[in-house]
Ligand binder design. Structure first.
Ligand SMILES: Cc1cc2nc3c(=O)[nH]c(=O)nc-3n(C[C@H](O)[C@H](O)[C@H](O)COP(=O)(O)O)c2cc1C
Length: 658
């Protein structure tokens, strides 16, 4: 493995220093954490799309790239539809090609060995495998809302231990340099370790030693299969964060038990299957970055094995501090490498200010549930690495491109088009670039959106795009500009329903205005509309000391939001606001709103009424511009009101067609 040394030559000497793990020497302290988004075939084999997805992370400079959750005993251990199955015939070629692809891109290949335990037979978050007739085996018998769990028979325990050994041998044969044993996040070993889930009376239950026996025997089987110096990483919980679960102290004890059996201890936490906890295992924007690092630091004091931490890390300066201060030896990065796989490369080359920040919006997970692929709000290439790998044909001719609207879509289109060699002008009506990223990033927990805006602005500048601010583009403007290609990215207007009596009263403030000018709001606020915008605004206003009520016509607040983000969002909304669902605003009054629910009308008092009822595209205006230029593209909210993801990915696609 080639390793260019960056120690002593850069801002992050500790982060970029090598470290030995068993028989491999990592070129830096950054491991691409396991993130396994579908992209596996129905027989449980690798696909080229998955290989390219992993290869890109390796190209970005991580020392090790980990593939997540490969199932060692698929009959009883597969909890999602599209999971790699190590006991499925015919999987060697794909595994071999995958390891090779990672190697060729300069990283070591790691693969996680896993078993879903009881969730392999129960409905599981993020997967819709047909579990009809499948038995759920957990440590102990239990009746759960999702179905019955059988106590795992001892013979099956021994069979699974053997399958860990077989799986490890197989991946080693196929060229993987390392294995990671998944003993966290509520899956099999985590279930056995848990005093709540494990109530067995045999040698696999009772004391912590007994509850850890299954894991320890599996580690021994793996060691036997791979030999003495082959690196074994274990993913442990630093705290189950569950009432009566495995607490920090017990997790330290588990770490001590595995200390002699593994080469790296990776400390995560929580439980994948609890929606609120999911947002701690994969920390949401309501947690500070690095919120779980203390768990790794706690374990590191008691073990001699190197320790890795994980959770919301993306800033090289913070990661440098973690390593330099001895809190952990290695950092693992999950989602931030979907947003920007080149974080390690950018750390090496002093380009940290160009890192595309992960917004922690969970759209990567949301897409897995929807389509068994993944995507990233801020990175249009994520999930499309295979297509990208083969590059794009060069632009046939240099075109004069006019982009109308400087929001995220307009900026992304301008950057990509300029990089492809076109002469690009970006016209923006207001005095600054960013569009709705400004109100969207105004809340205290949305600072990543502000960073994203700055990153795009800088890229626009570096790409040599001609930016014309305070420029209202009209059909006459387009005619006189006479572009070869036009990209319309003018966004949408906030919807202000004229039919609601009182909508024009002075106590009504539109959501964008409210986000940007909270000083204009009275103490008591009623938000009309409990979608994402209204829900997040409620948290923000509450944080600023307001008394907040949300009125929503539908039966759910933030119903359109992916279930993963919603899991972390709802507890915050519930703390922040009184929520009226199935409730319609009939009239806005100087003293609040008159609403109707279940046929009954009543008044909710408020000083300010915030209108957060969504956006509408002005298609007539869009059509008046596109009619003037043969080669035209319409992207973002003015094409169809959507998320930042839609604006950015449509922008990328349009700019690639130019
Ligand atoms: C799309 C996706 C898939 C993931 N799959 C796995 C997995 O297969 N195994 C696992 O242990 N963790 C998995 N994780 C969790 C990550 O490894 C990581 O622990 C978590 O995302 C927190 O780190 P982050 O904040 O840097 O994303 C996944 C995360 C994402 C975003």
């Amino acid at each position: 493995m080639s390793a260019q040394s960056f120690e002593g030559k850069c801002r992050y000497p500790n982060l970029l220093s090598p470290i030995r793990i068993g028989n491999i020497k990592l070129k830096n302290r950054i491991i691409a954490a396991p993130t396994s988004p579908g992209m596996i075939d129905t027989q449980g084999h690798m696909t080229y799309a998955m290989q390219a997805y992993l290869e890109r992370k390796a190209k970005g400079g991580a020392a090790v790239v980990t593939y997540g959750e490969s199932i060692v005993h698929s009959l009883t251990g597969k909890q999602h539809n599209m999971q790699l199955q190590l006991d499925s015939y015919g999987n060697r070629q794909g595994l071999k090609e995958c390891a090779e692809a990672i190697h060729r891109a300069g990283a070591y290949a790691n693969i996680q060995l896993s078993h879903g335990g009881k969730y392999a037979g129960l409905a599981s978050v993020g997967g819709d495998e047909d579990k009809e007739g499948k038995i759920a085996y957990g440590p102990s018998h239990e009746i759960t809302p999702a179905g019955e769990v059988q106590e795992m028979p001892r013979e099956l325990i021994y069979e699974i231990i053997e399958s860990y050994g077989k799986g490890a041998a197989l991946v080693k044969d196929c060229g993987f340099d390392m294995v990671q044993v998944h003993a966290a996040h509520g899956w099999l070993f985590s279930q056995f370790l848990s005093p709540v889930m494990n109530r067995r009376t045999d040698e696999f239950g009772g004391s912590l030693e007994n509850r850890a026996r299954f894991l320890l025997m599996s580690l021994d089987a793996i060691r036997k299969a791979v030999g003495p110096r082959f690196p074994i990483e274990i993913r442990l919980s630093g705290d189950d964060m569950m009432a009566n679960g495995l607490d920090e102290k017990a997790c330290i004890e588990v770490a001590k038990m595995v200390d002699d059996k593994v080469d790296l201890i990776n400390v995560s936490c929580g439980n994948h299957e609890d929606p609120e906890m999911f947002c701690r295992t994969h920390p949401s924007a309501f947690w500070p970055r690095g919120v779980n690092v203390y768990l790794a630091a706690g374990i590191k004091k008691y073990v001699k094995t190197p320790v890795a931490c994980v959770g919301s890390l993306n800033d090289p300066a913070q990661m440098e501090h973690i390593i330099a201060s001895g809190q952990a030896d290695i950092v693992e990065i999950g989602r931030a490498l979907l947003a920007d796989p080149y974080i390690p490369y950018k750390a090496m080359h002093d380009q940290a200010d160009d890192i595309t920040p992960c917004l922690r919006c969970y759209e990567c997970f949301g897409e897995i549930v929807k389509s068994e692929t993944t995507k990233c709000t801020v990175n249009p290439i994520t999930g499309h690495e295979l297509e990208e790998k083969y590059g794009h044909p060069a632009a046939l001719k240099k075109k004069k491109v006019l982009i109308v609207g400087g929001g995220p879509g307009g900026m992304e289109a301008a950057i990509v088009a300029a990089k492809r060699g076109h002469e690009v002008t970006l016209a923006e009506k207001s005095g600054k670039l960013g569009g709705n990223l400004h109100p969207a990033g105004a809340a205290y927990f949305k600072e990543d959106i502000v960073k994203f805006c700055h990153v795009l602005e800088k890229r626009v500048e570096r790409a040599g795009v001609q930016v014309q601010l305070n420029t209202e583009v009209t059909p006459d403007f387009v005619k006189s500009f006479d572009p070869d290609a036009l990209i319309v990215a003018v966004g949408a207007k906030e919807w202000k329903p004229g039919f609601i009596k009182g909508i024009d009263l002075p106590n009504v403030v539109m959501a964008i205005q409210a986000e940007l000018h909270p000083e204009q709001l009275g103490h008591r606020i009623v938000i009309m509309g409990g979608g994402l915008v209204g829900g997040e605004a409620a948290i923000s206003f509450h944080h600023e000391g307001h008394d907040v009520t949300i009125v929503e016509m539908k039966d759910k607040i933030a119903g359109e939001v992916n279930s993963f983000y919603r899991g972390g969002l709802m507890p915050q909304i519930e703390k922040a606001a009184a929520c009226y669902v199935n409730t319609t605003v009939k009239e806005i009054l100087p003293e609040g709103v008159r609403v109707e629910r279940d046929g009954k009308e009543f008044i909710i008092n408020a000083d300010t009424v915030v209108c957060a009822l969504g956006f509408r595209a002005d298609y007539d205006f869009v059509d008046s511009l596109t009619a003037l230029v043969d080669e035209n593209y319409v992207i973002g909210d003015c094409r169809n009101v959507g998320m930042i993801y839609h604006a950015v990915s449509q922008a990328y696609n349009a700019a690639m067609q130019l």
